[in-house]
Each structure stands twice: as C-alpha cells, then as structure tokens.
Ligand binder design. Structure first.
Ligand SMILES: Cc1cc2nc3c(=O)[nH]c(=O)nc-3n(C[C@H](O)[C@H](O)[C@H](O)COP(=O)(O)OP(=O)(O)OC[C@H]3O[C@@H](n4cnc5c(N)ncnc54)[C@H](O)[C@@H]3O)c2cc1C
Length: 464
C-alpha cells in the first residue's frame, strides 16, 4: 500500500521481503469501511469487490451480534470479507503496475543512517542505500529493534491455534457442536471455506515459547477435544498457525530517516479484525507525506505529523482490543459486563460509536478547532460530474469548491481544484473544503484569504 502511494507521486520505491514466496497462512479475513473507502479513493475497489463478499456491519465488537446502526456515515456500510492473502496479492499487483520493484528473498539484517540517507544490509551481505526506509516488517520488526525503539505493553496471556483443515463429520453435526460451544467460548470456531476446507480456531493449552513454530495437527485435535468434546476428525491441514494476545505500541514511529508502519508499530489481539486495516491506513497517511519530503515540497513538520496523527489511533485500537478480550473472558464478572455491553448496544448511538471506532470511519486527527469535519476523512459524495472518490485516484490534494470563487493558484501542481456541487446537500453541509491526499479535511470555509493561510500548512509554499 505504501509503495503504491509513493509511486503515485513518482517516488522510486523498492520493497524488500524476506520470504521467497507469498505465505499461504490467512490471518485477516476482511476489510472494514475505512479501508474499503481507501481502496475506492485509489480506484482499486472494483478488484476487491470482485473477489470479496459483502456482509452487514455488526457483530465485530467482542463478537456481540447486533444489527448495523441506521445511516452509517459512509457510502460503504458493509464488511468486505476477503482473505489477507488476496488483499496482499491485489496490493502487490497495484504496486507493480505503478512501477514498484518487489525483491523477494531479501532479508534486512542491518541499517545505519546519516544526514542524507539510510544504508541497509541484507542477509546475503548486499548493501543498499535509500533516502528513507520504512519498516513494514511486522510485529517482530527487525527495523524497530535495530532503531532501539521501545515496544512497551503486555505479553501474550492466552494463545489461540488456527488453521485450514478438512473435517470428517457431516455439516449438521459440525454446526450443532459449534453453535453450542460458541454460546460461551467465543475464541472457538470451525468455519467452512471453499473447496471442502474449514478454518479452525481453538484456544491453545498455555502460551508457546516460540510462537513462530506452528502447532502440530495432534495439538489442534487435542485442543478441539478439550474445548468442543470432539476433534471433528480434522485432517489434511493446508497450514497451521498460532497467535497470541500481546498488546504493544512503539514509542516512536520515526527516528530520523527511518519510520515504522503496520504491525511493526503496533500489535494487539485480532478481535474486531483491525490490524491489517490499521496498517493500510498508516500507509495511506504516510505515503503522501513521505513523497512530499522526497519531492522537496513538504512543509516543516509534515513528516512528523505521521507519528502525531497515527500513534493515538493505534493506541485507541489497542485499548478497544484490550476491552474486547476482557469481554471474551469466561469469568463470571466479565460475562456480566458482556451482558451489560450487549444491552447498551441496543442504543443506536452506542452501537454507532463502536462501529465507527472499529471501522475507523470515526477517526479524527487533531487539526485544531473548527468545523466538525476538520481532521476527519470526508465520506464519498455524489457530485454533478461523478463521485468525489472517483476524483482522488491520483493521490493529490483536492479543493472541493461549491462557490466557484476560490483558487489554488500556486499549488495547482499538488492540488486539484474541483468546482462542482454535491447532488444531495443533506450529505454535505459546507461550501468548500480542502482535502489532503488521504481524504482528511484540512480546511472548511469560503474565504480565499482563509484558504491561503491553510494551504502552506499541508502543501508547502506556493510556486509561481
Ligand atoms: C489470526 C489472525 C487474524 C487476524 N484477522 C484480522 C482481520 O480480520 N482484520 C485485520 O485487519 N487484521 C487481522 N489480523 C492482523 C493482521 O494479520 C496484521 O495486522 C497484518 O498482517 C499486519 O501487516 P503488516 O504488513 O504490518 O505485517 P506482516 O503481515 O507481519 O508483514 C510483515 C512482512 O515483513 C516481512 N519481514 C519481516 N522481517 C523482515 C526482514 N528483516 N527483512 C525483510 N522482510 C521482513 C515478513 O516476511 C512479512 O511478509 C489478524 C491477525 C491474526 C494473527
């Protein structure tokens, strides 16, 4: 995602990946509304919709199933079920089409940086130089460790086994057992996939010392018998894996010319399905800022705003996953709180609040006082000439001007000036708005002088 964003601005981006082949292990199962919007803003949504399935929003806060709240503030009020392996393939294709070079079998083992660039060392001894480096290398990030960035938080207390297997019992038998066990144990499931395969999820016995070592089929069967009273005759695993509930946040997202994004910066339990979404949105926030820095027009502080804006969002996700994990506990007190939260979710505004949190459409960066949309991403709206998001594929800033009197002269190389009116004024109650390349609202108003004061903060100096 990040490499694609950089290429949109003409920045040369090289991706180093230590694995020779893409993994078969499917972790994330879907995209939430904000990530779906992100794909729409870059013209990628059709590819995702063609390979995913749309489900109603609701049921992802600690697995408490409730109907979606009315009139969710997005043009995409659904969850898009799509395996992480497919998401990674589609983003790889997108990046490659834009000219990103992806080198597999390249493990970063060392780095050093100076005033003008970063040097990295690969496992085979090769050295590379770049102006910037972003560690998108997962929860065990080598880049984060080499930078010496602290990763405080809690270690795993519980562990869960996961895999894709075949089963040897009829569907009805399976459904009956799964329904019964899930009444209390929400960390358990056996879910049908395509081609006779099932995704099995079951609590492990304790926490493994080395979580990189996959469990054996016998371990999975044993835990199924403990938790469900039967192992469903599971056999022929395609892959098996394990994950914990460690919750940690990097102290800094940037040291000089090296930055962190995705799981390298934050890890938390998968409850609510947010980790991959959070990483995509990190990349969406960082891409244009880093490109602006490389291209030489970034105003002072723009690149640092990546840390300032994104770290609190991750801290909030960590907290909601901590809360969800408590609600999944089988302890009587936790179960009572779960019942109470379930009742509270019957209030539309409570339900909406949590849905906006998990889907990330409620994220608001602190741009100071002002219009209620300031700092928030603008939802897609219909314009006379088409949909707003359809005008954002190039990753540039955008001035949506319903007055026709404003100007971005001096910034036209970075900002598209769209003079148009929204189809439905009820959808968008403002005269003009300046959107950053990530769709967040940087300014709302109608006064040219006021706009001229806002432009340099995000888009640097005017050029004549
Ligand atoms: C069971 C499970 C279910 C989940 N479900 C969801 C979900 O439904 N929704 C959701 O949003 N999230 C979910 N997640 C979280 C999601 O999988 C992660 O947040 C996501 O994979 C993070 O992406 P990333 O690119 O930051 O890191 P990773 O996916 O870990 O990718 C890091 C990459 O860096 C490579 N690498 C590592 N070190 C080096 C090195 N030194 N040199 C070169 N390459 C290196 C690795 O090989 C890897 O390919 C789930 C996670 C788990 C475990």
């Amino acid at each position: 995602m990040l490499a694609g964003e950089l290429r949109l601005h003409g920045v040369h981006a090289l991706v180093l990946e230590k694995e020779v082949e893409p993994t078969r292990v499917v972790r994330a199962l879907g995209l939430h509304a904000r990530s779906i919007e992100v794909m729409d803003q870059r013209g990628l949504l059709e590819r995702f919709l063609a390979l995913g399935q749309q489900y109603p929003v609701g049921g992802f806060f600690a697995g408490i199933v409730k109907p979606a709240p009315d009139r969710l503030d997005t043009a995409h009020p659904y969850v898009l079920s799509i395996p992480q392996t497919t998401t990674e393939r589609l983003l790889t294709e997108h990046a490659t089409e834009l000219g990103v070079e992806i080198r597999r079998g390249c493990e970063l083992v060392g780095l050093s940086q100076g005033d003008h660039g970063v040097s990295v060392e690969l496992a085979d001894g090769a050295r590379l130089r770049a102006r910037y480096l972003v560690g998108c290398d997962g929860g065990r990030s080598t880049v984060r460790k080499l930078l010496g960035i602290g990763f405080p938080g809690e270690p795993s207390r519980v562990e869960t086994l996961l895999g894709e297997v075949e089963v040897a019992v009829p569907q009805e038998t399976l459904d009956a057992v799964v329904t019964e066990v899930r009444k209390t144990q929400k960390r358990f499931g056996v879910m049908p996939l395509a081609d006779g395969l099932y995704r099995v999820v079951v609590p492990a016995d304790g926490v493994a010392e080395d979580r990189t070592a996959p469990p054996t089929l016998e371990e999975v069967k044993g835990q199924l018998r403990v938790v469900a009273g039967t192992d469903f005759g599971v056999h022929s695993p395609r892959w098996l894996s394990r994950f914990g509930d460690a919750t940690r946040l990097a102290e800094r997202y940037r040291v000089g010319r090296v930055l962190l994004a995705g799981d390298a910066a934050h890890i938390h339990p998968p409850t609510g399905g947010q980790g991959l979404n959070l990483g995509i949105q990190d990349a969406f926030n960082l891409g244009w800022k880093l490109a602006a820095e490389v291209d030489g027009w970034a105003p002072v502080g723009l690149l640092d705003s990546y840390h300032t804006e994104r770290r609190p969002v991750a801290a909030d996700v960590l907290d909601n996953t901590r809360a969800q994990m408590e609600l999944l506990s089988l302890e009587p007190g936790a179960q009572a709180v779960r019942r109470l939260v379930s009742e509270l979710l019957d209030f539309q505004e409570v339900n909406r609040y949590l849905v906006e949190k998990i889907t990330a459409i409620g994220v608001r960066y602190d741009f100071g006082e002002g219009h209620e949309l300031l700092g928030r991403r603008m939802r897609d709206v219909g314009l006379k000439r088409g949909r707003l998001y359809g005008l954002m594929h190039g990753g540039r800033g955008l001035l949506l001007d319903q007055t026709g009197r404003l100007s971005v002269a001096g910034w036209a190389d970075r900002i598209d000036h769209i003079v148009d009116v929204v189809d439905d004024a009820a959808e968008l109650d403002l005269t003009a708005a300046l959107l950053r390349p990530d769709g967040h609202v940087a300014w709302v108003g109608e006064d040219q002088q006021d706009l001229l004061r806002a432009l340099p903060r995000w888009f640097g100096a005017a050029v004549s």
